[in-house]
Design a protein around this ligand. Structure first.
Ligand code: HEC
Ligand code: HEC
Ligand code: HEC
Ligand code: HEC
Length: 180
């Protein structure tokens, strides 16, 4: 019995390791090469106009440094992990996982929500949904799952937390591919 459960535990570890496979980040500019025209759904311009594009830059303000200092942090906001975790992508991964062109100043980028994209971004992979998922693309089962993902950042741990209304907020950033 003991042997069996050890076996099961090691299987579990293998499964988790595969799941946590680490893909490289390519940055919003690379995604946008194929996701900017109106026909494709204008993802780039919708994102650029959203506050997500400004999420890192907002940490570089005196206001942000004051918020960080008031919470007892001794580093500038833009260098504080407790702020970066909701305001940036790829701040906590080895340099080797950031492809040329990736820029932390781009804040909450495509890959913050959709997953690191080096392996799923080639056209051949993108056209095959299952292959994209296998290569790291994150998809959500339903609207509740999308809302839960938003709330990993839009919650009371944010020092400036404002009530988060999912339906209204989602309308402001929605960027689906138009149905033909
Ligand atoms: C070489 C062009 C290209 C690049 C680069 C690219 N995509 Fe795509 N992507 C596509 C195409 C084409 C589709 C549509 C596939 C379809 O309609 O079957 C797509 C589909 C998607 C979808 C919808 C998947 C689904 O079926 O639910 C998402 C999300 C997505 N891309 C995100 C990204 C992100 C994030 C990046 C950057 C990491 C990126 N793409 C880079 C071409 C690209
Ligand atoms: C704050 C999180 C977030 C950011 C940032 C973000 N997306 Fe999305 N994206 C989503 C969600 C949620 C959906 C809806 C998925 C669904 O309906 O299942 C979506 C949908 C899409 C789709 C269409 C999927 C479809 O089937 O119609 C594409 C393509 C896409 N995103 C690309 C991008 C690109 C490119 C960027 C960066 C310029 C980006 N996204 C930034 C969360 C995000
Ligand atoms: C990785 C963290 C993160 C995730 C995930 C995230 N957001 Fe945000 N969001 C932020 C930050 C940080 C800001 C504020 C940026 C600023 O003020 O410069 C923001 C701002 C916004 C704003 C503008 C709010 C305002 O006060 O004007 C909207 C709307 C928004 N997010 C919607 C969403 C939705 C919808 C989702 C889920 C699909 C989502 N966000 C997921 C971090 C996140
Ligand atoms: C749990 C996620 C989260 C953490 C951690 C976080 N923020 Fe934010 N931040 C947000 C979100 C979401 C917004 C958008 C407004 C809101 O709802 O709080 C935001 C907005 C801001 C703004 C814009 C001001 C405003 O009123 O919209 C500043 C400045 C800011 N954050 C600074 C910081 C600093 C400094 C830290 C670290 C001490 C930090 N944040 C940590 C999620 C977070």
């Amino acid at each position: 019995m003991k042997k069996l459960s050890l076996l099961l535990i090691s299987f579990l570890f293998i499964a988790l390791a595969v799941n946590a496979q680490e893909f490289n980040y390519i940055g919003v500019k690379k995604c946008s090469m194929c996701h900017k025209t109106e026909k494709q759904g204008s993802q780039l311009s919708i994102w650029e106009k959203s506050k997500h594009a400004n999420a890192y830059k907002v940490l570089q303000s005196a206001e942000a440094d004051k918020i960080a200092a008031d919470l007892g942090h001794t580093t500038k906001a833009a260098e504080t992990e407790a702020c970066l975790k909701c305001h940036a992508t790829g701040y906590n991964v080895p340099e080797a996982r950031l492809e040329k062109g990736f820029n932390i100043a781009d804040g909450v980028q495509c890959e913050t929500c959709h997953g690191a994209g080096k392996d799923y971004s080639p056209m051949k992979v993108m056209k095959d949904k299952q292959a994209s998922i296998d290569a790291g693309l994150i998809v959500w089962a339903d609207e509740a799952a999308i809302e839960a993902q938003c709330r990993t950042c839009h919650n009371e741990e944010s020092p400036t937390y404002k009530e988060f209304n999912f339906a209204e907020s989602y309308k402001l950033i929605e960027h689906n591919i138009p149905k033909e």
